[in-house]
Design a protein around this ligand. Structure first.
Ligand SMILES: NC(=O)c1ccc[n+]([C@@H]2O[C@H](COP(=O)([O-])OP(=O)(O)OC[C@H]3O[C@@H](n4cnc5c(N)ncnc54)[C@H](OP(=O)(O)O)[C@@H]3O)[C@@H](O)[C@H]2O)c1
Length: 339
């Protein structure tokens, strides 16, 4: 894989949150960027920030729920920079509500943006990458790709769908010896405007479940994946623990997550909902990287930086945990005291 400095990188959802932070991260490394989202004013602001950092960027207004627009984005990237080295699917929306409270239209819209938007991105990136027999596609999925959480079922379904589509496509590329890398980056809960942009039927403003991580934690893993071929990267130790428990006993995890209403309580603030959402139109203004939880967010994840990025270390850690569990649970000989 080329050094980031030599890469042409397309990023969807670059006007806000993780996508915007990732764009600035690539700009600091002098990559050439093509930035997509619906809010043109916010995209133009990101282009200016990229240029201040010494990078160069093209903004392409794109609604990822429309195949033709995503195809046009890929064409614009090739026309401007001649190739696409890394394509980052990241644009996403959410709604916080029970399935009973959501309309079918809302469910369809979330799946159209959060799943079909990623599928369109993969399809659009593949054509130019296949022609050059090189490239990397990074899908910013979520820890809910591995383990569901209540109160946003269509979002969870989309993230599970991304995992399945990515895995199937990866096998096809391996089968035909096509050197295009596919990585899923799966963040835990991150301090971004996602929760302020979410449609809420909870009666209150939703929030990320603690511990909350900074967008920079995701930037670090996305940039790492752009230079090092990795299959999956979980961002945040909390997510890794959830993924481990899911492997050991999904039924136990169900109980832990609903015990005392845990995953229902922790996704709510006590503030009234702000009353807007970005399901069908972008949030007005020039956007921002962070949400409303910067004071409590962890600036980096030791686990992700030192373990998750290196699969052999992860294997060693899992082996050590398994051995410790076997030792702790081994049958002990009956005590013969008093005989
Ligand atoms: N924050 C978290 O806790 C968290 C955790 C795990 C995974 N993620 C994932 O990270 C990704 C980025 O989310 P975020 O947290 O950074 O949220 P965010 O701040 O709300 O950013 C979402 C981005 O997606 C864009 N977008 C939404 N609908 C779009 C559409 N139809 N077409 C094109 N762009 C669209 C938005 O731009 P416009 O409104 O300008 O179009 C914005 O740039 C999402 O896929 C999310 O699922 C987030």
């Amino acid at each position: 894989m080329k050094p980031i400095e030599e890469q042409v990188v397309v990023i969807t959802g670059a006007s806000s949150g993780i996508g915007r932070a990732v764009a600035l991260g690539f700009a600091r490394r002098r990559a050439s960027l093509v930035l997509a989202a619906r809010n043109e004013a916010a995209l133009d602001e990101v282009v200016r920030e990229v240029e201040r950092l010494g990078g160069r960027a093209l903004a392409v207004r794109t609604d990822v729920s429309e195949w033709q627009q995503v195809k046009r984005l890929a064409d614009a990237a090739e026309a401007r920079f001649g190739r696409i080295d890394t394509w980052i699917n990241n644009a996403g929306i959410n709604e916080h509500a029970t399935v009973a409270d959501m309309t079918i239209e809302e469910i369809e819209r979330i799946i159209q943006v959060d799943l079909m938007g990623y599928i369109y991105g993969m399809k659009a990136a593949l054509e130019p990458m296949r022609r050059r027999r090189q490239g990397a596609i990074i899908n910013v999925a979520s820890i809910v790709s591995l383990r569901a959480a209540p109160l946003h079922a269509p979002y969870v379904a989309s993230k599970h769908g991304i995992a399945g589509f990515t895995e199937a496509l990866r096998m096809e590329l391996v089968h035909e010896k096509m050197p295009i890398r596919l990585t899923m980056v799966m963040p835990s809960f991150i301090d971004t405007p996602l929760f302020l942009n979410s449609r809420s039927r909870l009666g209150v403003q939703p929030r990320p479940v603690p511990p909350v991580y900074s967008p920079e934690t995701v930037v670090e893993s996305v940039l790492f994946a752009a230079e090092h071929p990795r299959r999956d990267i979980i961002v945040g130790g909390q997510g890794a623990l959830v993924a481990l428990l899911q492997r050991i006993s999904p039924a136990l995890l169900d109980r832990l997550m609903v015990a005392g209403g845990l995953m229902f309580r922790t996704q709510k603030t006590d503030k009234p909902d702000n009353g807007y959402d970005n399901l069908y139109q972008p949030t007005p203004g020039t956007g921002s990287v962070t949400g409303a939880w910067t004071d409590e967010s962890l600036s980096y994840s030791w686990y992700t930086r030192h373990i998750e990025h290196y699969p052999h270390r992860k294997l060693l850690l899992l082996g050590a945990l398994g051995a410790a569990a076997c030792l702790a649970l081994r049958p002990r000989p009956a005590r013969l005291d008093g005989l």
